[in-house]
Design a protein around this ligand. Structure first.
Ligand SMILES: [Zn+2]
Length: 295
């Protein structure tokens, strides 16, 4: 069994299945079946981890078609997503993109190893669910082939798991095919890249900043008063309260309206980006005059 994944129960029948420092996937189980929210990088077999947690049939749901959310789709027979994600999910991820990501993953692991002793002595921020792991065996042979054709999810659709349900919320902005999944009865929101407790990626050709701002305003009005925990797909802060959604919505309104200047900088792949800093999160925007980064 791979040590690549960190598993932590985050509620009744709900687990974080993380590739710490990379992607946070979540498994939600009912009495009849389970949903895996995103399938991660695909650099190790997330299907095997999930089958240890539930013996029910598993539907893999992608919050959007970006490669780091669907890498493990090939480990599942049943996949569902917004229809606009279908083309990406049924295409292979280019080897060059994986090679670039792998280089950054090695940098990230080396950075963690440098700070580990200091963290253990002074700060204690890293825990079992968040310590970055050595790359899994065979990482150099990593490929992400075309995945199975996804079933189409509609806005407002309820995915019945038996005794609990997930509601599909259409949340375009980060990408045109972004969705969130709401577990209304338990007050949980699985946010994908629509909420990020670090760098919001709003600088790629996929992003529509006005739609992103409108989505976050709508999401705050729709569920901000009723959810207790929100689970974003990236960074080690994998669970936040609804106040984070409110602050993100306000920040996006400012950026979309041109009321925030931003500072020239870069994203984690060292591509140029204008960084709008809001304290515990940052909104990345394209550098004026620069070619937009893609992901
Ligand atoms: Zn994304």
């Amino acid at each position: 069994m791979s040590d690549w994944f960190a598993v932590e129960q985050v509620g009744p029948g709900a687990w974080l299945v993380a590739e710490p420092g990379h992607v946070n996937c979540f498994l939600v189980a009912g009495t009849d079946r389970a949903v895996l929210v995103d399938t991660g990088l695909g650099i190790a077999d997330i299907g095997a981890v999930v089958r240890r947690l539930t013996d029910r049939p598993v539907l893999a749901v992608n919050t959007h078609g970006h490669s780091d959310h669907r890498g493990g789709n090939r480990f599942f027979a049943d996949v569902a997503a917004h229809p606009a994600a279908a083309a990406a999910l049924t295409s292979a991820v280019p080897a060059q993109a994986l090679a670039e990501y792998l280089a950054v993953a090695r940098e990230q692991l080396a950075a963690y190893e440098r700070i580990r002793a200091v963290d253990d002595r002074f700060f204690h921020l890293f825990g079992a669910a968040t310590r970055p792991r050595p790359l899994p065996p065979g990482a150099d042979a990593w490929t992400v082939p075309a995945g199975p054709a996804p079933a189409a999810l509609a806005a407002g659709e309820r995915i019945d798991l038996g005794g609990r349900a997930l509601t599909v919320l259409f949340t375009p902005g980060h990408s045109p095919d972004s969705i969130c999944l709401l577990d209304e009865a338990h007050g949980l929101l699985f946010a994908g890249d629509t909420l990020i407790t670090g760098d919001f990626w709003a600088h790629t050709p996929d992003t529509d900043i006005e739609r992103f701002a409108a989505t976050l305003r709508w999401l705050d009005e729709e569920v901000g008063g009723s959810v207790s925990t929100i689970f974003p797909a990236h960074t080690l802060r994998y669970a936040v309260g609804p106040s984070f959604l409110r602050r993100a919505a306000a920040a996006f309104a400012n950026v979309a309206a041109g009321r925030s200047a931003g500072v020239p900088g870069a994203d984690l792949l060292r591509r140029p980006a204008l960084r709008h800093d809001f304290g515990d999160f940052t909104i990345l925007r394209p550098m004026p005059g620069a070619h937009r980064a893609s992901r």
